[in-house]
Design a protein around this ligand. Structure first.
Ligand code: CP
Ligand code: NVA
Length: 306
């Protein structure tokens, strides 16, 4: 049911489809640990395009495809004619003739929409300005691994963050509670927020914004943050840092969460900025398990869609 479909945003999938991606992620982890990975992508090839830097996504997606028996071709923007002005449409048309799927990390989400329209092969979002679906799948996988269920997440920081939007999409589809501690002016763009709200209404999810981070984290089992200045936002970086200075995940803030709470961060992190070193490097941090799970969710998504 999922084969051939593009993954640009989790909002485009049903609850059952997302649950399937999660079940297969756990299966993939088990296969890797037992040395039994089935070659589900044998004979298949995938182009992985990066318009921005990446460590986790770059390595986890390429390895995911190879472990499943497929071929991956990693392309940075600079080595494609895209960097000399060839249209995204033409790039997608051509790549779609060569490969069985395209993964892309793009500056502008619209490029992914164009790629999926012109490539005739599934396109998988490896991060855009408004979504990072593979990250959110790994995050909720980590939560389920730690607690046996999808606990309430409190995100502290930039309320318009791309990773947060994917966490919201997951929560909205599955009917979960998600709290956001952020200054009032940082919110997802109206168009995407409308879709999240509609899905939350249908599923019974509760997505709430707080200005006071201490109130937001109270009793929460999962405290999550991301960088204050995302890739591509460097120009407004100083302004964002000032406005977000009260939204650092500190040891003090962690005391207001549940005593069994875990700390998550998609990484890369800036210690001393959005999170204190003592938190990310401390006993409540689950960020390395979270990063490892990127491999299994990538294996799940690529094997299901391609
Ligand atoms: N979390 C994440 O996507 O990391 P990279 O930017 O290193 O891929
Ligand atoms: N919000 C961050 C996530 C990095 C994985 C960024 O877009 O830079």
């Amino acid at each position: 049911m999922l084969r051939g479909k593009s993954l640009l945003c989790l909002l485009d999938f049903s609850k059952q489809e997302i649950e399937k991606m999660m079940d297969v992620s756990f299966m993939m982890k088990n296969y890797v640990y037992t040395g039994n990975t089935p070659k589900l992508l044998e004979g298949k090839s995938v182009a992985l395009i990066f318009e921005k830097p990446s460590t986790r996504t770059r390595v986890s997606t390429e390895l995911a495809i190879r472990k499943l028996g497929g071929i991956s071709i990693v392309l940075s923007k600079g080595e494609l004619q895209l960097s000399r002005g060839e249209p995204v449409e033409d790039t997608a048309r051509v790549l779609g003739r060569f490969v069985d799927g395209i993964g892309a990390r793009v500056l502008d989400h619209k490029s992914l929409i164009i790629m999926s329209e012109y490539s005739k092969k599934p396109v998988i979002n490896l991060l855009s300005d408004i979504a990072h679906p593979l990250q959110a799948l790994s995050d909720y996988m980590t939560i389920k691994e730690k607690f046996g269920k999808y606990e309430t997440v409190t995100f502290v920081g930039d309320g318009g963050d791309n990773v947060l939007i994917s966490l919201m999409a997951f929560a909205a589809k599955l009917g979960l509670e998600l709290r956001v501690a952020s200054p009032k002016e940082y919110k997802p763009k109206q168009e995407i927020w409308k879709r999240i709200e509609e899905e939350a209404e249908k599923s019974g999810a509760i997505i709430e914004f707080y200005e006071d981070p201490y109130e937001a984290v109270r009793g929460s089992m999962v405290i999550y943050t991301d960088v204050w200045v995302s890739m591509g936002q460097e120009k407004i970086g100083e302004e964002k840092k000032k406005k977000l200075s009260q939204y650092k995940v500190s040891r003090d803030l962690m005391r207001y969460a549940s005593k069994d709470a875990i700390f998550l961060h998609c990484l890369p992190a800036v210690r001393g900025e959005e999170v204190e070193a003592e938190v990310i490097d401390g006993p409540q941090s689950a960020v390395w398990d979270q990063a490892e799970n990127r491999l299994y969710t990538a294996m799940s998504v690529f094997s299901l869609l391609i």
